[in-house]
Design a binder for this molecule. Structure first.
Ligand code: UD1
Ligand code: CA
Length: 472
């Protein structure tokens, strides 16, 4: 029979030291919120172990914000996530009591996994190790612990012949404070056991809090599982720890992609958010920032200083230095940049070329279109093989609404042309340089709209002044 497991994520603390006007679980990290990491780790773990799981996120401070965030971001898992409320932050045992009081299903589970919302480096790997420890040894409970040379702030592990106890920093004597084996705050417990223990926990300690750590004791059938690495348990209580967590997370993500065949020239300056996907043969130069749901196909090259958000790149694409892409879609064999900006709705078919200082927005560019220099193309449809000269502008906005520009295939648009939308140009049209186009041009037409050039011999002297004046 599959085991039933309840997951309690403790997230009711104030997180005062973060100095943000946000509940700590929602503090941002790599495009996500702190609470996402332990939640995702537990969802991954229960899926891999095929466990019957429900989640209770214990909320308190600004609870509406946490609930709203989870409801919006976990639509699939939503029905199995509850939000027990801890009205007053009386300690971690009290937080777990709220979980059992408010989650009707919690006491009917076989096991209870307890995590803190502020440990973003935790993965399914540690949860699985703890699970194996409890199952293999038929324990009533286990806590994950590790060695910390500077154990300040952590609960210390005191081992007995059987069982162990945890002494909080505030309550520890001088000798106990020297102990470097510390409590991570991650626990797996038999539900019957913890429900029983919670009945007896009191707050007669120096913090006057109900400590969850008091559910372990010497003589009990519980164990402290020692992990060789402390990084996975890093708790984020301050901006300094938030930065450290970000760095660790970044190098973990970068190493994962390096092992999957991605070349990263300088990992220390490469920022890849957790939900990005990258194929083999991709080269990332320094100062690359890849955000959100971005996907990068095989053999793309991203030159230095590019920022790519929520965009989809197919294969063999070259994004040249200092380009900024947002919600763009790019087909095979395109080149973009340097210094290009692809805004929302930029949709490039194969072999499109976008050059320097070009901005594209809500525009479909068909195969082999070239917009190589200094142009703005917004709310447009540009047909196959169109060449757009330097300094082209779609005048798409009349101060009230946006209008569309359509250019048919095989047309040639001369430099310094403006198209005042709405306007439609047919296929194989030639527009002369410097034209302002506000009337539709039929296919195979030629259009020119500029004043005729005037030449007056010798008249320059009337205009050339100062150091330019003509001395004869
Ligand atoms: C806790 C452990 C300590 C361990 C450390 C690891 C206790 C008593 N101590 O201490 O042994 O070494 O974690 O990081 O458990 N929370 C609530 N309601 C409360 C209090 C806390 O929901 O009333 C939540 C917090 O939001 C946080 C988690 O519980 O996510 C841990 O609380 P925190 O105050 O950070 O505990 P520590 O003092 O770090
Ligand atoms: Ca903590």
């Amino acid at each position: 029979m599959t085991d039933k497991i309840g997951i309690a994520i403790l997230a009711a603390g104030l997180g005062k030291r973060m100095g943000k006007n946000l509940p700590k679980p929602l503090v941002g990290l790599m495009g996500k919120s702190l609470v996402d990491f332990p939640l995702q780790a537990s969802l991954n773990f229960v899926k891999a172990e095929n466990l019957d799981a429900k989640v209770g996120i214990v909320v308190g401070h600004q609870k509406e914000l946490v609930e709203k965030y989870i409801e919006e971001n976990y639509k699939d898992a939503n029905s199995s996530i509850n939000f027990p409320e801890q009205k007053q932050q009386l300690g971690t045992a009290d937080a777990l009591r709220s979980y059992f009081t408010d989650c009707s299903w919690a006491s009917d589970t076989d096991y209870t996994l307890v995590l803190c919302a502020d440990t973003p480096l935790l993965t399914a790997h540690e949860l699985k190790a703890l699970w194996n420890e409890v199952k293999t040894n038929s324990l009533d409970g286990a806590c994950a612990c590790f060695r910390e040379e500077n154990p300040k702030g952590y609960g210390r592990i005191i081992r007995g012949d059987r069982g162990f106890q945890i002494v909080e920093e505030k309550d520890a004597n001088a000798e106990q404070r020297l102990i470097t084996e510390v409590n991570s705050g991650l626990y797996l417990l038999k539900t019957n056991y913890i429900v029983d223990q919670l009945k007896n926990i009191e707050s007669n300690n120096s913090a006057n809090e109900f400590y969850l750590t008091d559910s372990f004791a010497i003589g009990q059938n519980v164990s402290a599982l020692s992990f060789a690495e402390s990084d996975p348990f890093l708790g984020v209580n301050s901006p300094v720890q938030l930065e450290r967590a970000g760095k660790l997370l970044r190098s973990r993500i970068n190493e994962f992609w390096q092992h999957s065949g991605v070349e990263i020239i300088d990992s220390s300056t490469t920022y890849i958010e957790p939900s990005v996907k990258i194929e083999r043969g991709v080269v990332l130069y320094p100062q690359t920032y890849l955000h959100g749901s971005t996907t990068i196909g095989e053999n793309c090259t991203i030159e230095p200083g590019c920022i790519i958000k929520e965009s989809h790149l197919a294969q063999n694409i070259s994004i040249k230095a200092y380009s900024y892409l947002e919600q763009a879609r790019i087909a095979n064999d395109c080149t973009v940049g340097p210094f290009a900006r692809l805004r929302k709705g930029s949709d490039l078919a194969e072999k499109v070329k976008i050059g320097n200082y070009v901005e594209i927005k809500e525009t479909r560019l068909e195969k082999s279109v070239s917009v190589s220099h200094l142009s703005y193309v917004g709310d447009a449809e540009i047909g196959e093989n169109v060449n757009i000269g330097c300094g082209f502008i779609t005048c798409n906005y009349d101060g009230e609404s946006k209008h569309r520009t359509v250019i048919g295939k095989n047309s040639f648009i001369g430099s310094d042309t403006q198209m005042i939308a709405p306007v439609e140009v047919g296929e194989s049209v030639f527009v002369a340089s410097g034209s302002t186009i506000n009337q539709n041009i039929p296919s195979f037409g030629f259009s020119l709209s500029r004043a005729r050039q005037v030449i007056k011999e010798g008249m320059a002297s009337r205009f050339l002044k100062g150091k330019w004046s003509i001395r004869k």
